[in-house]
Design a protein around this ligand. Structure first.
Ligand SMILES: [Zn+2]
Length: 428
């Protein structure tokens, strides 16, 4: 989106926000999708009072004072959820060699990272992602400030879950730097190498405002033991927070699965037996299933990128067949030219289709399953009375063609109209 259009959208949104909150809104819906069941109900009415949905049905009464939004030609569904993002990262394409990745810890301030995080979060919201789980690599807690700024109403943005610093074994996700340079990675990571250090790291993140926890279990040659994973899980759960753990496979993944977090992130090397164990324990897979073009842009050779992409499609297919619960997550950390962060996230849909996953299941992973993983299912992830009004619309049925989600034409966040493309807009 061009800068002028972006600013116009923001101004328009602010105008509409004020307008919306002054009266009850009713949305006339042509086709209402319930992602939990995959069912579609025709000719429904959604009533929104301030931030929440106050009624849904075919016979909801419309009063003369109500503001009416006509989506009678659209398919309407709950806002989408991306359960794995890093909104303060924006590496240039083809630059993610190890040194380039780590240079950004040294080159960019927390303030600058927060501004990028705000901008990328708005881009995701405009594409239809109304909730994001942002799990680290945000310098000195930048995304917690972004979350606070949205909560204060300084900006209209998505609902954010933010982890603060990533907890990892010594060195974070860096490798091979001289001991003379000092532990610069601590700008992004907390070093934690025993169960006690892990407990302290979890408490530190919570103290600084984290509302979810993230560990990296197996970056480099170290990986966490079962006891270390259990320390992190119990500390997070005792504080009422969910915990996500980055792990690829092997013994490290077995330790993580046995330790019992809420989700495993990536898991590109998970075996069928490990997927089965996750299914039995109710651990969610957030697969971050990178498209080939994104892997190439991250600096892989064509051959290596193809090999990884094939592995990702195979693991996604096996995960689908195993019955493990999955939630949609992207892990975008760079900017492809001409694409917003939201558009880059929706680009992952092609990988899910390559793995043979039906549209109804993909949609459930992007809404119902993700809301349950984030423990916000009583407030978000469905269109029902009592839920916050996070509502999007598309002009084609995404249950027939999931790619329809790439053309979201209406976004409502907490009752605010963020986006309503002109050709469909009528009100009285
Ligand atoms: Zn990530």
């Amino acid at each position: 989106m061009k800068k002028t259009a972006f600013i116009t959208t923001l101004l328009l949104s602010c105008f509409i926000c004020t307008f919306v909150y002054s009266q009850t809104v009713v949305i006339k819906v042509g086709h209402l999708i319930d992602p939990a069941t995959g069912k579609v109900m025709q000719d429904q009415i959604i009533q929104v009072t301030e931030k929440k949905i106050t009624a849904v049905g075919a016979n909801v009464e419309i009063f003369p004072t109500d503001r009416v939004i006509d989506l009678s030609n659209s398919w309407v569904l709950p806002g989408l959820i991306d359960a794995h993002v890093h909104m303060t990262f924006g590496l240039p394409p083809y630059a993610k060699t190890n040194s380039d990745w780590e240079m950004y810890f040294l080159k960019e301030t927390t303030a600058y990272r927060a501004l990028r995080g705000m901008r990328k979060s708005i881009e995701a919201l405009e594409a239809g992602f109304t909730t994001l789980k942002d799990i680290g690599n945000d310098a000195e807690y930048a995304m917690i400030d972004v979350r606070k700024a949205i909560d204060e109403g300084y900006f209209v943005g998505p609902t954010l879950l933010t982890s603060g610093k990533i907890i990892a074994a010594f060195g974070g996700q860096s490798s091979g730097f001289s001991h003379e340079q000092g532990p610069f990675w601590q700008y992004e990571y907390i070093d934690a190498d025993t169960p006690d250090e892990i407990r302290k790291a979890v408490r530190k993140n919570i103290y600084y405002g984290a509302n979810t926890i993230k560990l990296v279990a197996d970056n480099g040659i170290f990986f966490y033991t079962e006891d270390e994973i259990k320390a992190a899980v119990s500390e997070a759960h005792n504080a009422g927070l969910t915990i996500s753990i980055h792990v690829m496979g092997g013994q490290a993944a077995t330790n993580v699965i046995t330790g019992g977090p809420d989700s495993i992130e990536h898991g590109f090397e998970l075996s069928d037996a490990q997927l089965q164990l996750m299914q039995e324990k109710g651990i969610v897979l957030v697969g971050t299933d990178f498209p080939l073009e994104h892997l190439k842009a991250m600096g892989s050779t064509d051959e290596k990128a193809k090999k990884t992409a094939d592995k990702i499609v195979d693991r996604l297919k096996r995960a689908h067949e195993s019955g493990v619960i999955m939630a949609f997550g992207t892990d975008v950390i760079l900017d492809l030219p001409g694409m917003t962060r939201g558009q880059m996230g929706l680009d992952y849909l092609k990988v899910w289709q390559m793995a043979g996953i039906p549209p109804a299941k993909i949609l459930k992973c992007m809404t119902t399953n993700a809301a349950e993983l984030l423990a916000i299912q009583d407030e978000r992830g469905a269109i029902a009375e009592g839920q916050f009004a996070d509502i999007i619309a598309v002009s084609e049925n995404p249950l027939d063609n999931i790619e329809a989600l790439k053309k979201v034409n209406f976004v409502m966040k907490d009752g605010f109209v963020i986006r309503h493309d002109k050709e469909e807009m009528t009100s009285k």
